[in-house]
Design a protein. Structure first.
Length: 311
């Protein structure tokens, strides 16, 4: 039943993934999907990370991504540049959009948004770029599909990322209907906010800093760039999932004193709208890293964790 529902909801026209490769000498059925930055709802062509997307089976897909050295989140260096981990999450988000984009013309779009994300990084094989861009292969699957009247209302996407044939990370992202677009009006930034230096929160530039110190030393959401081209495109009143994840990552690095290079895992779950400015972020240390809690108007809005590697 689950496979049938997945087939109908995402218009699958291929063999099951289990069948791929079972018959010697036969190629898997692949349906190419043309991609454009406008079709994926991106603001600019430079934001497009997905180069190609193809179906391998009912719930399995293959893709190629290209991560530019000069991506806004990446560090600026003359030598080798390590890609920011959130590029993997943004690639997964775009791949999920490509899944919707591949539906037949005229089909009703699900209009789901990411509400939870988890990343696992392999530091020793994480790609660095010495030229212009890194080509990345992706294996993606869809699971946990829930439908109403034949239309998907939530599902989970799992993507494994490979560079030169070696797996270096994975990302799982759950999509659901928007919980609401209004941000709580009670969380108003207090005067006298102090933004930490970019290096202290593992950010590349001042415009990437997402948190600030409020009176009494509290950490709150306060992006230096309210229209950040990746995290806050379109200047939203509430923080998208990846912006919440980055704010939590920065809060943990600031409080722990660790560097960005120590991060090997990230997770965030959003349960209520998070205002772009003024939401409180609290961290607590646990074995192997820290947890973070985001509250808006005194109520939990998001939770997450950062796994840290140390010798």
């Amino acid at each position: 039943m689950h496979e049938v529902a997945t087939d109908q909801a995402f218009d699958a026209r291929g063999r099951r993934h289990d069948d791929v490769g079972d018959r010697p000498g036969q190629e898997p059925v692949i349906r190419q999907v043309p991609l454009t930055w406008r079709g994926l709802g991106l603001d600019t062509m430079a934001s497009l990370l997905v180069e190609s997307f193809a179906r391998l089976g009912r719930r399995c897909f293959a893709a190629r991504c290209q991560w530019p050295r000069l991506h806004p989140l990446n560090e600026r260096a003359l030598g080798a540049v390590a890609h920011h981990p959130l590029i993997m999450a943004e690639s997964t988000r775009q791949l999920a959009l490509a899944l919707e984009y591949g539906r037949p013309p005229g089909a009703v779009r699900a209009r789901l948004e990411p509400v939870s994300v988890g990343l696992g990084l392999r530091l020793r094989s994480w790609p660095v770029e010495r030229g212009g861009a890194t080509d990345v292969d992706v294996r993606m699957s869809v699971s946990d599909l829930v439908t109403e009247a034949g239309r998907p209302v939530s599902h989970r996407v799992t993507a494994e990322f490979l560079h030169t044939g070696e797996s270096f990370g994975s990302c799982t992202m759950r999509f659901a209907r928007p919980a609401g677009s209004a941000a709580p009006a009670e969380d108003v930034p207090l005067p006298g906010l102090l933004h930490p230096p970019a290096a202290a929160v593992g950010a590349t530039a001042a415009g990437d800093v997402m948190v600030a110190r409020a009176p009494r030393g509290r950490l709150v959401t306060a992006p230096r760039d309210p229209g950040h081209p990746v995290l806050l495109a379109g200047r939203p009143a509430r923080m998208p999932l990846l912006a919440v994840l980055e704010a939590g990552r920065q809060a943990v690095l600031l409080e722990s004193g660790m560097t960005a290079a120590a991060v090997i895992g990230l997770r965030a779950d959003v349960c209520a709208p998070v205002p772009s400015r003024g939401a409180l972020i609290e961290t607590s240390v646990e074995p192997g890293g820290s947890r973070f809690l985001v509250t808006a108007a005194g109520r939990p809005a998001a939770t997450g964790a950062v796994t840290l590697w140390s010798r």
